[in-house]
Design a protein around this ligand. Structure first.
Ligand code: PGA
Ligand code: ZN
Length: 439
């Protein structure tokens, strides 16, 4: 059948994410019968420069968070255009995504919604992989897609993802000493368990589960979170060191506590920092704890703050731009021209199509930035990012913690891929950070 990969039908529906918020699910069927399904995730600490997530704003449904308008955009606008008399070819991803952008017609996907557009883009990729009879990672990455990512695993949450009082968003365990992905995952589980044991002993913190599955304890200050992570790693029998088994990562998510005057107020530290002082604080911690990665250590539009942070820590530490770059090639190019940050968080729904996501990863490589494929705080059973990490050979993935099935869906998918690749599976471990470890 010559047109087996042409789109026969597209149908979207409103489903729920891991916070119980509505999100878009898309079913896309090809003429040859293959079906692709994708569900779009959603952030809480979103960047100002992200593509627009279309929400209904009707306060009588889901506090205004319904996505019926985005669902209608798929069913009433995109479906007739792509699955009509002149159907689009799902195996031509770049052309399909260009068509979607054209249909939307805005620079930030605000007409149809990035949630509507990404749902169709990812469902098309899945359908096309099914039609070809190959796994998604191979469909997107070819035969050379054999590198399993090093996971950076959320253990303690603060900021918008937890109610414990820490301003910074993530304290992560990075199992740099693991020989395989499977071993890395197990090490992270051991550290998570050990933190739970310490929290129970030192209570009255309770366990609680934050938005990304980690603990959200009411610790008195941020350094306590670092100390806790450090102690738990040792309790679990590992060496917490840059040349050891586990290194530490932080997602500062600084945009969330930056005020209009440019100050960074940390409630847990009871003071306001300038960008320089915040970078100095992070550098001080990096001198005390084995911190190998810091994300959003300055606000999304604080280019001077970022420049200082990069000057201070850029040779020794991975500095990831999340809200800074929003997976946007133009934003990344701006940062690269100024020599800011050295890594980029890659979240497909920040930009809104698979093709643009892949373009951003490609550009990151060209400009010497490490790509880190990432989930959102609002997630679902959709596992696309696991395959995307292997397809791009990104080397790193950030999914959240090792509890809550919307996180495990991805971790488990990576276990399946590792098994399927068998002796071809590669894992870089600490080598991902070679350029920082040489310092
Ligand atoms: P978000 O958080 O999905 O709420 O934006 C994830 C992150 O900041 O990395
Ligand atoms: Zn972030």
């Amino acid at each position: 059948m010559p047109d087996a990969t042409h789109i026969a039908a597209i149908h979207a529906r409103e489903v729920l994410d891991s916070r119980g918020n509505p999100t878009v699910e898309v079913d896309l069927r090809l003429r040859g019968g293959a079906l692709g399904r994708a569900i779009v995730p959603s952030g809480a600490s979103t960047g100002r420069h992200e593509a627009v997530e279309l929400r209904d704003g009707n306060p009588t449904r889901y506090d205004g968070k319904g996505v019926l308008r985005a669902v209608a955009a798929v069913n009433d606008v995109i479906a007739p255009a792509l699955a009509g008399d002149n159907p689009a070819d799902a195996s031509e991803q770049a052309a399909l995504d260009a068509l979607l952008r054209e249909l939307d017609g805005t620079s930030n996907k605000s007409r149809l919604g990035a949630n509507a557009i990404l749902g169709v883009s990812l469902a098309a990729a899945r359908a096309s992989a099914h039609a070809a009879g190959i796994p998604l990672y191979r469909h997107l990455g070819g035969e050379s897609a054999t590198l399993l990512p090093l996971p950076m695993v959320n253990i303690i949450s603060g900021g918008r993802h937890a109610a414990g009082g820490l301003d910074m968003q993530d304290f992560l365990a990075i199992p740099i000493g693991a020989p395989t992905y499977r071993a890395a995952l197990r090490m992270a589980v051991d550290v998570h368990r050990a933190v739970g044991r310490i929290l129970t002993q030192t209570g009255p913190y309770g366990h609680g589960v934050a938005d990304e599955g980690g603990y959200g304890p009411p610790l008195p200050c941020h350094e306590d979170a670092l100390g806790l992570l450090h102690d738990a790693t040792r309790l679990a029998g590992y060496r917490c060191a840059r040349d050891g088994d586990i290194a530490i990562g932080i997602d500062v998510a600084a945009t969330e506590f930056r005020d209009a005057a440019g100050g960074y107020t940390l409630q847990a530290e009871r003071r306001t920092f300038s960008a320089t002082e915040l970078a100095d604080l992070l550098a001080h911690w990096a001198g005390t704890y084995p911190i190998i990665s810091i994300e959003d250590g300055a606000g999304e539009d604080d280019w001077d703050g970022w420049a200082y942070l990069t000057e201070r820590l850029g040779t020794s530490t991975q500095l990831i731009g999340d809200d800074l770059f929003t997976t946007n090639p133009q934003r990344l190019a701006m940062g690269a021209d100024r020599g800011i940050a050295n890594a980029i968080l890659v979240k497909p729904n920040q930009i809104g199509t698979l093709t643009e996501t892949l373009d951003t990863v490609r550009l990151a490589r060209q400009r010497g930035y490490l790509p880190v494929i990432s989930a959102r705080s609002g997630e679902t059973e959709d596992t696309t990012i696991a395959d995307l990490a292997v397809a791009t050979g990104a080397g790193q993935i950030k999914i959240g913690s090792i509890t809550r099935s919307e996180r495990l869906a991805k971790y488990n998918q990576l276990l399946r891929i590792e098994e399927e690749l068998g002796e071809h599976a590669r894992f870089a471990g600490r080598d991902v950070f070679a350029r920082f470890l040489a310092q």
